[in-house]
Write a protein that binds this ligand. Structure first.
Ligand SMILES: Cc1cc2nc3c(=O)[nH]c(=O)nc-3n(C[C@H](O)[C@H](O)[C@H](O)COP(=O)(O)OP(=O)(O)OC[C@H]3O[C@@H](n4cnc5c(N)ncnc54)[C@H](O)[C@@H]3O)c2cc1C
Length: 329
């Protein structure tokens, strides 16, 4: 399988389905780290053919046996320099609000919905912005005058990626407002999974242990004045800008925090004087110990080396075993 035509052959996906696809597609331009080799086949199903199309592509990729990787905005992943030998299913075209209940405050976002499109302007170092994205979470909250997810303002990514990672910042996690998640499960069935607190934890979701496609997620919102919403969103964006989040391509925090360490992981790395440590084009951010940046021309190999190097130094000097947050594909 190498071309979209071969991929679609013998499937029940119509030849005229609305799909953008690329053979040997450079993944560097689909991730905020701007590194990674090419995908054998990159496929982005577009909006107009609905959830059935993205589900059918996932199902087709699974049944034909090639490796499959589901991609949101690529804000938490590092693809290897050799690239990805199978199908990268980019959810970016499957975006927007599926349903909203004015009374209940329940909203369903499609998986590819951007968290905050303002990031694309704040961080022009993150590579090609998504021209296809029609709607973002922050815009949807503002348009309706409902709050609950505005703490995520300024964070790059999509709803699917944020649910998968259980994205967290400012002491709140996306799971705090989650009601249910619609997925294609391991047996390739459409299933709605209700939120069960026991299955979620700090930057942990049940989907990290499963081979599934998140199609959409339902959240519980509450009424909030638009002015207050906008002020909160802008405060988060400004805080991230001040902390240097948008200065270089990166994937945000490299390592998870751990209460047992007694301090944030970034502080442990800072205290060891590792800011500025570099390998090739990868560097521990001069402004934050827990962020590794692509300071120019970094490869995935450079990043992997530096991540392992930092973890080893922390193990040796502080005795802590760091756990990576970024996903190496
Ligand atoms: C500057 C910067 C700041 C950041 N700040 C934070 C922060 O404060 N808090 C935080 O938690 N994270 C942060 N991150 C990391 C990142 O923004 C989040 O993890 C975000 O949720 C990733 O979303 P994504 O769509 O880019 O996921 P991707 O990086 O594309 O994917 C991440 C994982 O989710 C899986 N996935 C994605 N979509 C789906 C889907 N539809 N179905 C199944 N699996 C899927 C992928 O296979 C992959 O394993 C930051 C990153 C950057 C670059």
């Amino acid at each position: 399988m190498d071309t979209i035509e071969e991929f679609l052959k013998n499937s029940n996906i119509p030849a005229n389905a609305s799909i953008t696809a690329g053979r040997r597609e450079p993944l560097a331009k689909h991730t905020t780290f701007n590194v990674g080799g090419a995908a054998a086949l990159w496929i982005r199903p577009n909006q107009k053919d609905g959830a059935d199309l993205i589900a059918a592509i996932f199902q087709r990729a699974k049944t034909q046996g090639s490796p499959v990787c589901v991609l949101g905005r690529g804000a938490n992943v590092v693809f290897s320099d050799e690239g990805f030998p199978g199908v990268v299913l980019d959810t970016g075209g499957w975006s927007g609000v599926e349903t909203f209940g004015q009374e209940s405050g329940r909203i369903v976002f499609r998986a590819g919905t951007r968290i905050d499109r303002a990031v694309e302007t704040l961080a022009n170092s993150f590579g090609v912005p998504d021209e296809g994205a029609s709607c973002d979470v922050m815009g949807a909250l503002l348009a309706r005058g409902y709050g609950g997810l505005e703490f995520l303002a300024g964070m790059p990514g999509t709803i699917g990626g944020a649910v998968y990672m259980n994205a967290r910042c400012y002491e709140q996690s996306i799971a705090d407002r989650l009601v249910s998640v619609a997925i294609i499960d391991e047996r390739l069935r459409h299933v709605t999974v209700p939120f069960r607190a026991a299955e979620w934890g700090y930057k942990k979701s049940p989907f990290q242990n499963r081979d599934t496609l998140i199609l959409a997620a339902e959240f519980s919102l509450y009424r909030k004045e638009k002015d207050a919403l906008l002020a909160d969103m802008n405060a988060r964006r400004a805080d991230r800008e001040r902390k240097g989040h948008y200065r270089f391509p990166s994937a945000g925090s490299v390592f998870k925090n751990n209460r047992a360490f007694g301090m944030p992981t970034g502080k442990i790395i800072d205290d060891l004087g590792l800011r500025g440590l570099s390998r090739g084009g990868a560097m521990v951010a001069p402004f934050h110990g827990n962020i590794i940046v692509n300071a120019g021309g970094a490869t995935a190999t450079d990043i992997r080396f530096l991540v392992d190097d930092v973890a080893q130094r922390v193990r040796k000097s502080a005795g802590f075993e760091l756990e990576t947050e970024i996903v190496f594909m």
